[in-house]
Design a protein around this ligand. Structure first.
Ligand SMILES: C[S@@+](CC[C@H](N)C(=O)[O-])C[C@H]1O[C@@H](n2cnc3c(N)ncnc32)[C@H](O)[C@@H]1O
Length: 422
């Protein structure tokens, strides 16, 4: 079997095929994590960043790359319409979000969800099938035209999915990870078991020599380190500048804001989520990318965060508005971690039969993600279990009022509370 560079291994092709066939099923039942990134809290942060880039009047277009189940775009609208005052409501009226996906099957199923269908019918959402590594513009499914120029592009948990090169720098020189090609294997399983580091010539590693410079600058200051570099994502960032020179790119991903993953002496294994593979993102390379390709970057700096963010800007100096919004609504904001932690804490409390504690944690989850019907239903049922029947009914009615898409049979739950109340 031949040795191939890590990013060319057929396991990545199988991952792409898996995304193509998995559809929305990938995001259900916790297969591919998406609770916090598709929450209202995530929508609020995005809305705050967007507000600093939107022109004073006229249409505002945003693209979302790799939109998955499409919930994020719905949350951005909900945040603008319900949590951001009159200015938010006014911006929502001018906004179109083009949700785009690699997977045609996923986007087809996404469109079928009531909350997405409603926004498409209202002209708030548009749809495109788009491989961000293709070097092409997204074409709208509605009429085949190019998507209109965006003021902002958001990519959440997408950089981690793009096949990276793994490059190592030591006192002995530069090396690239190769793997033994294995056509028949499971997607990605045992992938690095056959890995081999081969000498690398940075000058010929990439078609575009600027990527070599990014790699060099990121790794050279470390005595020894390994960079996972999703260079096709980095190339996409450059292509985007060609279509939309003024656009802000917001990258949210799992990864490290500092160098600790690059310094680790362990091999950089991919994570497997069902049939997909992903790599933690080494965010320091974004700083070097901006130095080499131009522009500037705002980044989160707390290594303990579940989601790190890089806001990539075409201007060399971010203005005070975007810097302040980033600090307040992203870097200093703990909402996404709170949502993850409260959900876990609620579950642990339930396991320990601490029903009151579990209820309080679900109430906090609800504040961070009010359209999540599961939280409301859990709170209602836990109130009922504790004998707080009036409170249970209030929660069930709240769920019913908010559940415009009939995800839960609230009347049946309300009837159950009333029956037990007798
Ligand atoms: C981990 S999921 C994230 C989905 C969503 N952004 C979220 O936060 O829930 C990664 C998504 O990226 C899409 N994807 C993978 N490779 C892509 C590519 N080359 N171009 C566009 N989308 C891609 C997958 O189909 C999948 O929906």
């Amino acid at each position: 079997m031949p040795l191939v560079p890590y990013d060319q291994a057929s396991a990545w092709q199988r991952t792409t095929e898996w995304w193509q066939q998995a559809g929305l099923g990938a995001f259900e039942g916790g297969g591919v994590p998406n609770l916090i990134t598709n929450s209202r809290a995530a929508g609020r942060a995005a809305a705050a960043l967007l507000a600093t880039r939107a022109p004073a009047d006229g249409p505002v277009v945003v693209w979302e790359a790799g939109s998955g189940n499409g919930r994020w775009a719905d949350q951005v609208f909900a945040a603008l319409e319900q949590d951001a005052g009159d200015r938010g409501k006014a911006l929502a009226k001018r906004l179109t979000i083009v949700i785009t996906e690699l997977s045609e099957g996923t986007i087809r199923e996404t469109v079928g969800q009531p909350r997405i269908a409603r926004r498409i019918a209202a002209g708030q959402l548009d749809i495109a099938v788009w491989d961000i590594t293709s070097g092409q513009l997204p074409h709208l499914v509605s009429d085949g035209s190019d998507a209109p120029t965006p003021v902002a592009v958001f990519a959440t948990y997408v950089a981690c999915c793009i096949p990276p090169k793994q490059i190592r720098h030591t006192s002995a020189g530069w090396f690239q990870l190769h793997t033994l090609e294995d056509e028949a294997g499971e997607p990605g399983r045992g992938f690095l078991g056959t890995a081999q580091w081969e000498d690398a010539d940075l000058d010929t590693l990439f078609d575009d020599g600027r990527h070599a410079l990014v790699v060099k600058r990121t790794l050279e200051r470390l005595n020894s380190g390994t960079l996972v570099y999703p260079w096709r994502f980095a190339a996409f960032m450059d292509h985007l500048r060609g279509y939309a020179p003024e656009a802000m790119l917001v990258v949210n991903d799992v990864g490290a804001c500092d160098e600790h993953l690059m310094l680790s002496s362990k091999d950089r294994m991919p994570q497997h989520y069902e049939g997909s593979m992903a790599h933690s993102v080494d965010f320091p390379w974004f700083d070097e990318w901006a130095q080499v390709f131009g522009g500037s970057v705002l980044r989160t700096g707390n290594p303990l965060r579940q989601v790190q963010t890089a806001v990539v800007l075409p201007e060399h100096h971010p203005d005070a508005n975007i810097s302040a919004a980033f600090t307040r609504y992203v870097a200093s904001d703990t909402s996404l971690d709170d949502l993850a932690d409260f959900t876990e804490a609620a579950y642990a409390a339930l396991q320990g039969r601490e029903i009151r504690t579990a209820t309080r944690f679900y109430e906090r989850c609800h504040q961070l993600d009010p359209d999540n019907t599961e939280f409301v239903l859990n709170i209602g049922q836990l109130c009922m279990a504790q004998g707080h029947m009036d409170r249970a009914i209030v929660w069930m009615q709240r769920g019913k009022a908010r559940d415009a898409h009939g995800e839960v049979d609230w009347d049946a739950h309300i009837a159950e509370v009333k029956r037990r109340q007798l």
